[in-house]
Design a binder for this molecule. Structure first.
Ligand SMILES: Nc1ncnc2c1ncn2[C@@H]1O[C@H](COP(=O)(O)OP(=O)(O)O)[C@@H](O)[C@H]1O
Ligand SMILES: [Mg+2]
Length: 586
């Protein structure tokens, strides 16, 4: 994927992520209130231990004996409520953030230039949509919950200890910095490893996807072994990284807990020493001991918060990198309600990458409204690339492509594409019914009659009528349930229904047998009559009647003229023609 600019650093990514929380600040605030409430109840329990022991049990104070059990019950009842508020509100915010991110990613996906699709594997895109978005959700909820709720609890508990006996608490303040050091060390490691794990997850899905999509090729070319080796590599890499992460987590937690336990031992030792007996009442001792036990969980969770936070940040970086990819440039403002269909290319150069050579060089021609221009030439000579410039799937490096005298870069992108129908080499069908595939997208308000008329013209009705559910038959994922020729006929029907003044046929009938092609040829010819057509043909016989035939070679137009003119010229076209003619004789 083309990286648009420098990747955001962790802090930038986090700050940007927070902007997604801002619209939900009320819920967020409520969540924080719930968390604060929860922290208070957490501190309340050990705080009650001192009066429970000193006043109720030892001094037998009747007031305390009555009050403390009631306080204890209320404490836990309140705890349920505040915990619910905190969890519900946080989940609400987190899910809203995930949904928004996914929406923005999907919208962005719809507006990317073709070049990005060329370079992005769908596996890595899918993993961004599902895995990364989920991770980010965790970072923005779990991490915040832990930091605020457990952080406050820890602070409250430490304050309580200080209040009951600052002497004992000091010991903990001494080991504090050690813990902090371990946490910061581990956090750095985590960030690195979790980024690598995310990449290796993409590797696994990528290899799997390729095998699923290309299973026929894998089978016929005996690619199983290579694919298995590739997969093993990715799979094993992922395993190693995951283990590394688990080990790191366990070690970091263990070290931190050991430090905490040592502190606890010190406290117990110190509290029971001779000199302390007067200051530390049994109630204070029990309270502090309880505090230490309660303190374990917040500390444990605070040390593991890094894991969430770091994976979340790595995921956010990956998402924002994607969202920062430049959209298709759509700066034109001209909207043409109707066009005649005069298409002109003048001195157009194009290359896919700046560092590879020109794919199109100095292309100039005019297709007058209603005329048919055919492009012939060897595969790889740039025919598809040339016609792809017209709907601006790619933009020319220099030169001008214009429609009715308007530079297509000045025309609003959607408006431009409205006027163009395209049937390409690769037919795309959606997992829907045949009718909905013909009336796809902007055509979805076509009537059933119009759909069936288009279907009839494209000879789709021939096979649809034999299907039990007719036009309501589902075609399967990308139309796998149809043959290549049937798929192409559907694509032609779709173009017929669109009825746009400019028509691009890029080897539109290549998957048809000669018989069917001849049938459709008639339909195509009617279709081509009233509109400007750029047709790329693999069988020369289908374009003999074209108004002009352009012969392409290595990105240049080397001959142009009518069929007869080109035959008389006795150049490359005549050569191609002779070769195909002798093929047919065979
Ligand atoms: N998306 C792409 N990215 C980079 N290079 C491409 C891309 N598509 C085609 N090419 C290259 O551009 C040249 C012309 O290809 P194409 O226009 O598809 O030829 P044709 O349609 O005449 O067979 C080829 O060398 C091909 O390798
Ligand atoms: Mg092509």
């Amino acid at each position: 994927m083309t990286e648009p600019r420098q990747q955001l650093d962790g802090m930038q990514a986090y700050r940007r992520l927070l902007t997604y929380v801002v619209p939900h600040w009320k819920m967020f605030l409520l969540a924080i209130i719930g968390m604060v409430g929860f922290s208070i109840t957490e501190v309340g329990f050990p705080a009650l231990m001192k009066p429970l022991v000193d006043d109720s049990l030892i001094a037998q104070d009747p007031e305390a004996i009555a009050l403390i059990p009631i306080l204890l019950i209320s404490l836990f009842a309140i705890r349920i409520v505040v915990n619910f508020v905190a969890t519900y509100c946080m989940s609400y915010v987190g899910r809203a953030v995930i949904k928004q991110l996914r929406k923005e990613m999907f919208d962005h996906l719809l507006s990317l230039p073709t070049a990005v699709y060329d370079k992005t594997s769908s596996g890595s895109m899918l993993s961004r949509m599902s895995y990364d978005a989920e991770q980010v959700g965790r970072a923005s909820t779990n991490a915040i919950t832990v930091v605020i709720q457990e952080g406050l609890t820890a602070i409250g508990l430490i304050a309580l200890m200080l209040y009951y006996s600052w002497e004992l608490t000091l010991i903990f303040i001494v080991i504090g910095p050690f813990v902090a050091w371990v946490i910061s060390f581990v956090s750095k490691k985590f960030r690195k490893v979790s980024k690598r794990i995310q990449n290796s997850m993409g590797g696994i899905t990528h290899v799997t996807e390729e095998v699923i999509e290309g299973h026929r090729v894998v089978k016929t070319f005996g690619g199983q072994e290579v694919e298995a080796i590739n997969f093993e590599k990715e799979n094993d890499y992922n395993r190693k990284q995951k283990i590394k992460m688990d080990v790191l987590r366990v070690l970091s937690m263990g070290v931190v807990q050991l430090l905490v336990a040592s502190g606890t031992a010190l406290v117990i030792y110190y509290a029971t020493s001779e000199s302390m007996r007067d200051i530390v009442t049994p109630g204070v001792f029990v309270s502090i001991l309880t505090t230490l036990i309660v303190l374990q969980r917040p500390i444990k969770r605070l040390t593991s918060v890094n894991e969430y936070l770091q994976t979340g940040i790595a995921a956010a970086q990956s998402i924002f990198t994607f969202l920062d990819l430049k959209k298709e440039s759509d700066t034109g403002s001209t909207k043409l309600s109707e066009i005649k269909g005069n298409v002109t290319f003048s001195h157009v150069d194009f290359s896919y990458d700046a560092d590879t050579g020109k794919v199109l060089e100095d292309i100039s021609f005019t297709a007058e409204a209603g005329k048919t221009i055919a492009f012939v030439g060897r595969s790889g000579s740039g025919k598809t690339t040339l016609v792809n410039l017209l709907p601006r799937f790619y933009d020319s490096n220099s030169g001008v492509v214009s429609i009715d005298g308007h530079d297509i870069k000045d025309i609003e992108l959607n408006n431009l594409r409205q006027h163009i129908s395209l049937v390409s080499q690769h037919v795309t069908l959606f997992n829907d019914t045949i009718a909905n595939n013909i009336a796809y997208g902007g055509l979805n308000n076509a009537s059933r009659d119009e759909i069936e008329h288009a279907a009839k013209m494209a000879h789709v009705s021939e096979f649809v009528e034999k299907l039990p559910e007719g036009y309501d038959t589902m075609v399967g994922e990308n139309g796998v349930l149809l043959s290549g020729g049937q798929r192409q006929r559907l694509a032609i029907a779709r173009a017929l229904l669109k009825n746009a003044p400019i028509l691009i046929l890029d080897e539109a009938t290549s998957a048809l047998d000669t018989e069917s092609e001849r049938h459709i040829q008639a339909a195509l010819e009617t279709l081509m009559k009233n509109r400007t057509t750029l047709v790329i043909a693999h069988r020369l016989s289908t374009i003999e009647n074209a108004d002009t035939i352009m012969v392409m070679h290595e990105g240049k137009i080397i001959e142009q003229g009518t069929h007869d003119e080109l035959l008389r010229l006795d150049g490359r076209y005549a050569l191609l023609h002779r070769m195909q003619f002798s093929d047919r004789e065979d």
